[in-house]
Structure formats: C-alpha cells, structure tokens
Design a protein around this ligand. Structure first.
Ligand SMILES: C[S@@+](CC[C@H](N)C(=O)[O-])C[C@H]1O[C@@H](n2cnc3c(N)ncnc32)[C@H](O)[C@@H]1O
Length: 261
C-alpha cells in the first residue's frame, strides 16, 4: 500500500497550521474555487461522494450544504477532530450528511463497504505521496461507471511562480525544473504534471472532462486575510482559472474526470 510519506500526522501542529492556511485569503479562495467547479459538474440531486484525504472537512461541508451525502476518509485523527468540530457548528441537517472515517484513501473501497459512490474527491493529497498513480487508480475504482473524479494538486509547470512573484530569485531558479519543494505548511511536497495526471487517470479508466487553474493572481500573498474584496478576487480568479494561458501558471490544478461507462 502507498501511504503518505511527507504528511506524517504530528497531532495538533499540522492541523493548526492547515487551519491557519484555510482561513487565509489563499485557503478560502482555493476552497471556494474548487467548490464552484465541482458544483458545476455535479447534478443538483443529492450525490454520494467520498472525499479522500478530506482533512478538516472544508470540502465535505460545502458539498453537504448543497445537499450531497459525503464520507470523509483521512488517516489523521487531528484533522478529523477539526472536521468534527466544524460539523458541530453546522445545521443538524447538513451535519447529518457527513460521515467521518479514519483510514488511508488506498483502502477507500473497503472502508465504503464495496459500494461504489457517485463521485470521489481527492484535494491536496497527491503532493504528499511518492507515487500518485495507485491513489488515482483507487479514485476511479471507487466510483460507479460514469461517476465523477475530482483531483486538486500542485502544478509542476508553475512551481517557480510563487518564489518568483515574491522576489525570491534564487528559490525560483532552484525549483524551476524540480518536482518537489517545501510548501506553506513547511512540509516537503511534490508537484504533478497535468498531462501525467490525465494519463494515470486514463490508464485507470477515466477521461478528463475539464480542468481549472486555482490561484493565478493571489498565490504570492502569503497569509493575507480574507477582506471585503473577497468576492471580487474570487471572480477574477475564476475568470483566470477557466482560460488559457492564465490557468497554466496557477499554483494548483483542479482536474475533473469521468469514469468510462
Ligand atoms: C493538505 S490536507 C488537505 C485536506 C483537504 N482535502 C482539503 O482540501 O482541505 C492533506 C490531507 O491528506 C491526508 N492524507 C495524506 N495521505 C493520505 C492518504 N494516503 N490517504 C488519505 N488521506 C491522506 C492528510 O491526513 C491530510 O488531512
């Protein structure tokens, strides 16, 4: 089994660092952009969704608010506790739509009792694995024929953009041809090529339906908090993330694929 190599749960430290990031402008934009894209691809009727590496539940809660039924699978107890706390603050109807299960994504089929779901999400997880292919194959295997697969990961083609826009010239040069770097949580993490991710999904039986760039204009803004201009920034990021050439230099790419029938 392939498991996380870089994301070694350290209890509260990592969960706290991730919560800080998720509350920042960059984190809030990421979740809002991914939710917007996903809801465009999912039918309005309630779908059964698994969120592999769903962590503190940001995506699961957004999907549950839209009426979907979500199981979060994550190995990190501290992240799942954050998700449980966030669910406690939700309306009972929304909270009842989310189930939290501790475990590795590679075991998703078993954890779900062998029942295929309508959609599988895996956001911000591949970068912590040495080899993304086995988990990508698991995602495809977890959904029913014609089911949706949603993958968000770090864009290798744009690795030098953040240090470059921050004026860290030596760092920009150091990563320009690399596949790993240290991200904002202080962990080493890997970046992926869009093409190789699409090929790995195709080899597992899923075809790309669309892809989006996530954080084109704002990735160099550090821990800038969410401000009154959030909706305006979101609109600009969405416009850039949905068209070339801008989406190609986004920090993350969000790939939506569909399992063959
Ligand atoms: C950066 S967080 C992202 C959380 C969430 N998906 C989001 O977008 O907010 C990465 C999460 O991946 C989880 N993770 C790491 N390796 C995993 C694996 N092999 N299977 C499932 N989850 C994993 C970690 O425990 C952590 O909660």
């Amino acid at each position: 089994m392939t498991t996380a190599t870089s994301w070694t749960p350290t209890g509260e430290d990592l969960a706290t660092a991730y919560a800080r990031h998720a509350d920042s402008l960059r984190g809030a934009l990421r979740h809002a952009l991914v939710t917007r894209a996903l809801l465009n691809h999912l039918p309005a009727e309630p779908q059964r969704i698994v969120d592999i590496g769903g962590g503190a539940g940001h995506q699961a809660i957004a999907l549950a608010r839209a009426g979907h039924i979500v199981t979060v699978i994550d190995p990190d107890a501290a992240m799942l506790q954050r998700a449980a706390d966030a669910l406690n603050a939700e309306d009972d109807t929304v909270a009842a739509r989310v189930t939290l299960r501790q475990g590795y994504g590679e075991h998703a089929r078993d954890i779900l009792g062998g029942e295929p779901v309508d959609a599988a999400c895996c956001h911000g997880v591949l970068m912590y694995l040495d080899d993304p292919a086995p988990l990508l194959a698991t995602l495809v295997d977890t959904v029913r024929p014609d089911g949706l697969i949603s993958v968000l990961t770090k864009n290798r083609a744009a690795l030098a953009m953040r240090p470059g826009l921050e004026g860290r010239w030596a760092d920009a040069l150091a990563v320009i041809d690399q596949t790993t770097e240290t991200g904002n949580l202080g962990l080493p993490s890997r970046a992926d090529d869009l093409d190789s991710t699409q090929h790995a999904l195709a080899a597992a039986g899923a075809t790309t339906e669309a892809w989006y760039g996530v954080r084109v204009f704002t990735d160099h803004l550090g821990d800038t908090p969410v401000g009154a201009d959030f909706d305006q920034i979101l609109t600009a990021e969405w416009a850039a993330g949905t068209r070339d050439p801008y989406r190609g230099v986004a920090r993350l790419f969000h790939l939506i694929a569909r399992r063959s029938r």
